[in-house]
Write a protein that binds this ligand. Structure first.
Ligand code: 13P
Length: 253
């Protein structure tokens, strides 16, 4: 048992127009109980943030976040979005270092670290993502890869700031493949991450930090994954685009 309130986050990736996004979040709200056991978060694409914020105007059960951010308040950074702009549109959370950013856009731990610290400096809560590739897992390197991503992505973050940080373990081989980690595989890595957190930030921060699992979380496997001692929530991709399915996952905590 722990005092960590589970977080169920829906990463909508590059899906949904403004109207579609507003309809999706409205349908989700209709399916949530008055007091969900989990904290619920949606992460629409940038262009739909304002529309979703508006749809959530009188709604306290669902938080809003973005999928990425720069670290500066403003500047000549074409194509980037500042954490202050995300606060301005109503976000409280932001992803940092999602594996698709790392794999497809070359983001390194050093860059992810800048994004996460920029988010913290602005008062946003970063969800820092880590996870090994299939090749790394097959080579028996899972725990060392994850430990090094963790240390690199959180370099310079203080134990106090960790109160605002969530981690997400997303094995790359499980993302969008329909092949989720088994509950035991997820628990093994999460327990190791918590141990690493203890070494980096002390026991109290390690105990308090939420570690989400992501990678083919579906309504039918969510309860088993979320039942693991060190799995404090889920970062859901494909299944978060279906309001009923996502609500079922939120209820599985
Ligand atoms: P899927 O749930 O579609 O596998 O995506 C996981 C993910 O990348 C969430 O951030």
């Amino acid at each position: 048992m722990s005092a960590r309130r589970p977080l169920i986050a829906g990463n909508w990736k590059m899906y949904r127009t403004q109207a579609e996004a507003a309809a999706l979040v409205t349908a989700l709200c209709q399916r949530l109980p008055a007091q969900p056991a989990a904290e619920v978060l949606v992460l629409p694409p940038f262009t739909a943030l304002a529309a979703v914020a508006q749809a959530l105007a009188s709604e306290s059960r669902v938080a809003l976040g973005a999928q990425n951010c720069h670290w500066a308040k403003e500047g000549a950074y074409t194509g980037e979005v500042s954490p202050w702009m995300l606060l301005d549109v109503g976000c409280t959370y932001v992803l940092a270092g999602h594996s698709e950013r790392r794999q497809l856009f070359g983001e390194t731990d050093a860059l992810v670290n800048k994004r996460a610290r920029g988010a913290l400096a602005a008062g946003l809560k970063p969800i820092v993502c880590i996870g090994e590739t299939l090749q790394e897992r097959d080579a028996g390197r899972t725990l060392s890869v994850v430990a090094s991503q963790l240390a690199g992505s959180l370099a310079g973050v203080s134990a106090e700031e960790m109160a605002h940080v969530t981690l997400a373990y997303e094995p790359v081989w499980a993302i969008g493949t329909g092949r989720n980690a088994t509950p035991a595989q997820a628990q093994e890595v999460h327990a190791q991450v918590r141990e690493d957190l203890g070494r980096l930030f002390g026991a109290a921060a390690a105990l308090a930090t939420r570690i989400l699992y992501g990678g083919s979380v579906k309504p039918d496997n969510a309860a088993a994954l979320l039942g693991q001692m060190d799995v404090d929530g889920a970062l859901v991709g494909g299944a978060s685009l279906d309001a009923a399915g996502f609500a079922t996952i939120c209820a599985a905590v």
